[in-house]
Design a protein around this ligand. Structure first.
Ligand code: C5P
Length: 232
């Protein structure tokens, strides 16, 4: 699968999103629609972005009992997005129900990836707040192995973990990596961060980049820089 730069369009209104996409005259970036945008614009905004010719990663990070997640995935399968996700922390039964729910009658389905640990989570938080007494790489590796076993296509993880995920679970198991910052941009609330170039070197398949592009003075230039650094 070709490497992709996905733009996290974390806006609070459909109008802001379409105004942002209007800036891109020559490119059709892969768009991530997250909770904020989906709760504001609903399925209609997904359709509108699709009609403009963009690929869509619907990032709703489902995490609930297996039946609820399975039935919700069935509804999402009808939105014709290219990729969606869930939290691996929901467990194996939930992940299997999700794969089943997402699969359409003709056997096709969007890519399904699992969130291992949020890139805003530090080792300290893992141990002291979540009471998980393991190292971050160990937790990520274990969640990723569960996701692989349940038939997911890949995981969301930090670029710092992409290499070991590929070593353990194979090159075709996708690593989708947020926590991307240029050397000269602010870290914001992200903790485990790398540059697009370093993410490339570490073997990320897809990088998810939000504020370094959406908040840039020239978003199109920032996107182009990202694509150049990441895909070479
Ligand atoms: O603005 P920024 O580049 O930090 O945005 C990163 C995006 O990736 C956000 O939309 C965030 O929800 C998402 N994300 C993340 N860490 C994960 C999973 C998703 O930052 N583990």
């Amino acid at each position: 699968m070709a490497r992709e730069v996905i733009v996290a369009c974390d806006f609070d209104s459909p109008h802001t999103l379409t105004t942002f996409l209007d800036l891109f005259e020559n490119d059709k970036p892969f768009v991530k629609i997250g909770m904020e945008m989906f709760y504001a614009g609903g399925p209609e905004i997904v359709q509108a972005v699709k009609n403009r010719g963009h690929k869509i990663f619907l990032d709703l990070k489902l995490h609930d009992i297996p039946q609820t997640v399975g039935k919700t995935m069935r509804v999402l399968s009808e939105l014709d997005v290219d990729m969606t996700n869930l939290h691996c922390a929901g467990g194996s039964n939930m992940m299997k129900a999700a794969v089943e729910g997402l699969t359409r009658a003709d056997g096709t389905r969007p890519l399904l990836i699992g969130v291992t640990q949020l890139t805003s989570t530090s080792q300290e938080m893992l141990e002291e707040e979540l009471l998980i007494p393991q190292s971050m790489p160990k937790v990520v590796a274990s969640y990723a192995a569960n996701a692989h076993q349940c038939g997911l296509d890949g995981v969301v993880c930090s670029p710092l973990e992409a290499q070991s995920v590929h070593e353990e679970l194979g090159k075709s198991f996708l690593t989708v990596t947020p926590g991307i910052r240029f050397t000269d941009s602010a870290a914001d609330d992200q903790r485990r961060i790398t540059t697009p170039q370093r993410a490339y070197e570490l073997g990320s398949d897809m990088i998810v980049v939000g504020r370094p592009i959406t908040q840039a003075t020239d978003p199109v230039a920032a996107y182009t820089r990202c694509v150049k650094e990441f895909t070479r």
